[in-house]
Ligand binder design. Structure first.
Ligand code: SF4
Length: 179
């Protein structure tokens, strides 16, 4: 025990260094997202996350979007608990047999216009779970997909870039009642 304590005095930390608090690229990307959401929707973008059968690796990266570093709410993006309040369904994982109906119902409960963003390789085509007896396939096997963000899992910054691409590629006029 004494040896361990002694070693810990001189050994560098085993954890990764935290990202710099003044990350200009993140601030720039966030500002672009905020401008795009304002331009496309006239308000902030609401996201409903749906885990359709993922290993939770993608969820960890999505959760990171709300941590103190990424803090996407400051850029006008927010996660909402109900699909009825969402503009975007952010779906992870291969769609399992058990989650197929839940995903369909969530999609149907989301008001139009709406976008489906498939996060991660599994959401694209089933990924490493493709062919499993328990899996229907990628997200597009159940609901139409507007954007894929590849990766296993994709980094939070890639998810933000994907959302920006989605907003930049859309020219949707929202009804005034939804503004
Ligand atoms: S893409 Fe990778 S991290 Fe995401 S659900 Fe599939 S296996 Fe897990």
């Amino acid at each position: 025990m004494r040896k361990l304590l002694f070693q810990s005095l001189f050994r560098s930390p085993l954890t990764e260094a935290p990202p710099s608090a003044s990350d200009a690229a993140l601030a720039e990307l966030g500002a672009a997202l905020k401008r795009s959401a304002r331009r496309s929707l006239g308000r902030s973008l609401s996201i409903r996350e749906v885990d359709a059968g993922s290993c939770n690796g993608c969820e960890l990266e999505i959760h990171a979007l709300s941590n103190a570093y990424y803090d996407i709410e400051r850029f006008g993006l927010r996660f909402v608990p109900s699909p009825r309040h969402a503009d975007v369904l952010m779906v992870t994982g291969p769609v399992t047999m058990n989650m197929k109906e839940a995903l369909e119902r969530t999609y149907n409960a989301t008001p139009s216009p709406k976008w489906v963003v498939a996060i991660g390789d599994c959401a694209r085509d089933g990924g490493c779970f493709a062919g499993s007896y328990a899996v229907v396939g990628g997200v597009s096997a159940v609901v139409p997909v507007d954007l894929y963000v590849p990766g296993c899992p994709p980094r939070p910054i890639d998810i933000m870039k994907g959302l920006l691409a989605l907003l930049e590629g859309t020219n949707v006029e929202m009804p005034a009642s939804q503004g």
